[in-house]
Structures are given as structure tokens and as C-alpha cells.
Design a protein. Structure first.
Length: 367
């Protein structure tokens, strides 16, 4: 095999597929990036059996073939090559020479025939979103995916599709994040699937966040496929029933406040200085007629601050984990937010009027 491409193009391709290289595996071949130049285009692939990524790069094929190269060393070599055209040449013994300008590396690859190719999955009608929309959805929900593998289904996000609406849900037992997106084209069937949080994290890193280019999402019984530009990401879905969250979502409230998001975020951030990592001290919010008082007290010291608000309903005193509140506030793009409270022992809701986003946060007992 012999191919020639620019270092920039190779670097871009390697960065994309390396997201699917496993950190730990008993199968040495999965620690490789596959270069497939056996046909009329150059494809790079990586696959950890749960997540696979394939991307096509621009270049010339002088001698067709395939080779699997150790991902760690190959990535480092590409990163440190000078700018210019890169030649990759492999012989029948898998000895591979990578050269660019005056730099030349010689490494031993593995047979591409042993590589675990990304499965070919029949495509159905796609769910179509812009790249920027998908990236925003992930950014605004991924932080509340559970990290506890004891309940596997909560390590993923629910994609709930009903006609022209996509609802994406994540929860970890302490908070729930919801994003509702109106689809330009109605999806042909109602569908609920659970997508691994790891997959969504990697997809978010690969796609361009400011691009209005479309991304096609294909959902089958066991897999989800993200296809955009010259890249395909294939992931297994998580088996199991996701928690039914509708019963948690109440329209009732006793107190509603409107407050500046940045001011509240900065205030909670200052208050969290009074709580150490292992100290689970809540921040106490007291809602009065025209202000919101935030207090925290610990063995380090105490902090007290007031914010201007507009209020409907009753006064309220309620405690929260400051981190959970800040996580939600950081990803909301609007500057004025509405917070709904029922009582000191019930979850509060942060949502807008159209409910394009909703964050449910459980309170903490502070008595």
C-alpha cells in the first residue's frame, strides 16, 4: 500500500477516528487505526466494538492496500510531522514507512484483515438535525448522565421521538435535564432509544459546533448511526427501559421567580467557596418579595448575598447542592431564567415558557 496526502488532512482524520480507540482492551488489533486504501478512496477507521468511527480523507492512492497501525504511536507521529505532503507506504510484511519532508519513520503495522470493521447496518429514514443543534443538545444534557455503571441505562440519554418533536433526557438520580427540539421533517414513527453518554461525548467532539450543515441520524433496533460530511459514527444502543419521567414533571408551583442567570451563577459560585469537596453543605435560598437571599455556612466560614428578583406566589426557603445548580445555569443560553418551586422537599424546575429546556433539581435537607 502507498498513499500520499497532506499532513493537515491526515491529522484531521486521525483526530476524528482516534475517539473510538479503546483505552483498555485485550485485543491488540483494536488499539490500532486502520488505513483502508483498497478501493478508490482513503478511509481511516477505529472501533472498540461498542463505538466505531470511519472518516474519508483526501489523498492519492499509488498502490492499493490496507494496514493497521498502533493508534498511540501513529497519532503522535502525525502530530509531530512538519507541514507538507505525507507518504505512507507499507510492504507485505506490514513494515510501514511514514515520511514527510526530511522526516522518516519506520514502524511495524498489523494485518488489516484482522481488524474488526464497523458493521454494515441497513439504513432507514433519517432523523435530520443541524450540527450546531445536536452539539447544543449534547452540551445542555450530558452533564447529568449517571456515572454509576450499576444502572447501565442511566449512563445514556433517552432520545424520545414523536412525530416532529425530539426530546432528549438525561438523569442521575439527583437531577433531570430535558431538551425539546422541533424537527423540520416529522419522523415516520414514534421511537424511544437510549444512546450511550460516551458516544454522545465523542460525537460532540467530532462535529463542528458552529456549522449549520446537516447531520443524519439513523436508528435501528440495536444501533444508532451519525453521518455527516465524510464521517460515520456507529454506536450500540443501551438495552433496557428508561425511567418514566413524565410523572416527575409537575405544572403546579407555589413560587415562581425570575432572575438574571449570570448573576445567580456567579453568586452560587462565590458561595461554593465556603464548601470543601467532601463537604455536602447545601446552599440555602430564601425567596422574599423582591430579593433572593443565598446563604452557606461551613467550618471554613459563611457567605450571604442578595439578588434582585421578580416573584409570583409564596415566600420559600429551600436548600440545594450548589454544583447541580451551577451545572444547569452554565448551559442555559438565556440571560433571564424562570425558577419554579413547589415546597422545600420537592424538586425545583428551571425552564422557559416554550419548555425547549427544563432542568429538575432535587432539594437538600438543611435543617
Amino acid at each position: 500500500m502507498k498513499i500520499i496526502c497532506s499532513r493537515e488532512e491526515l491529522q484531521k482524520g486521525v483526530n476524528i477516528v482516534s475517539k473510538a480507540v479503546p483505552t483498555r482492551t485485550t485485543m491488540a488489533i483494536l488499539e490500532c487505526i486502520l488505513i483502508d486504501a483498497s478501493k478508490n478512496e482513503i478511509k481511516l477507521m477505529a472501533n472498540d466494538t461498542e463505538l466505531g468511527i470511519e472518516t474519508t480523507i483526501i489523498g492519492d492512492i499509488e498502490d492499493r492496500g490496507i494496514i493497521a497501525l498502533d493508534a498511540k504511536i501513529f497519532t503522535e507521529i502525525v502530530r509531530k510531522l512538519p507541514d507538507g505532503d505525507v507518504t505512507i507506504e507499507a510492504d507485505e510484511n506490514f513494515r510501514t514507512v511514514i515520511s514527510c519532508e526530511k522526516a522518516k519513520f519506520s514502524i511495524i503495522g498489523k494485518s488489516g484483515e484482522d481488524f474488526s470493521y464497523i458493521p454494515i447496518i441497513p439504513r432507514n429514514e433519517p432523523l435530520v438535525l443541524s450540527m450546531i443543534t445536536l452539539k447544543d443538545i449534547i452540551r445542555q444534557t450530558i452533564f447529568s448522565v449517571s456515572t454509576n455503571d450499576n444502572n447501565k441505562v442511566l449512563t445514556g440519554e433517552l432520545f424520545d421521538i414523536a412525530s416532529n418533536n425530539l426530546r432528549v433526557v438525561s438523569l442521575d438520580g439527583h437531577r433531570v435535564s430535558i431538551r425539546n427540539v422541533e424537527l423540520a421533517t416529522p419522523y415516520p414513527e414514534n421511537k424511544k432509544v437510549v444512546v450511550p453518554g460516551k458516544t454522545l461525548n465523542e460525537v460532540s467532539k467530532v462535529i463542528q459546533g458552529d456549522s449549520e450543515d446537516e447531520i443524519s441520524i439513523y436508528i435501528t433496533e440495536n444501533h444508532i448511526i451519525f453521518e455527516f460530511k465524510k464521517t460515520i459514527v456507529v454506536s450500540r444502543l443501551i438495552d433496557g427501559e428508561y425511567l418514566e419521567i413524565d410523572q416527575m414533571l409537575s405544572e403546579d408551583y407555589e413560587t415562581k421567580i425570575k432572575v438574571n442567570r449570570s448573576e445567580l451563577l456567579n453568586c452560587i459560585d462565590r458561595a461554593s467557596l465556603m464548601a470543601t469537596e467532601g463537604d455536602k453543605r447545601p446552599i440555602i435560598m430564601t425567596v422574599n418579595d423582591s430579593n433572593l437571599e443565598l446563604q452557606v455556612s461551613s467550618f471554613i466560614g459563611s457567605m450571604d448575598e442578595n439578588l434582585e428578583i421578580s416573584k409570583e406566589g409564596k415566600n420559600m426557603k429551600i436548600g440545594f447542592n450548589p454544583k447541580f445548580f451551577m451545572d444547569a445555569l452554565r448551559v442555559i443560553d438565556e440571560e433571564e431564567i424562570s425558577i419554579y418551586m413547589i415546597n422545600p422537599k420537592a424538586p425545583c424546575f428551571i425552564k422557559n415558557d416554550k419548555e425547549t429546556y427544563m432542568y429538575l433539581i432535587l432539594p437538600v435537607n438543611f435543617s
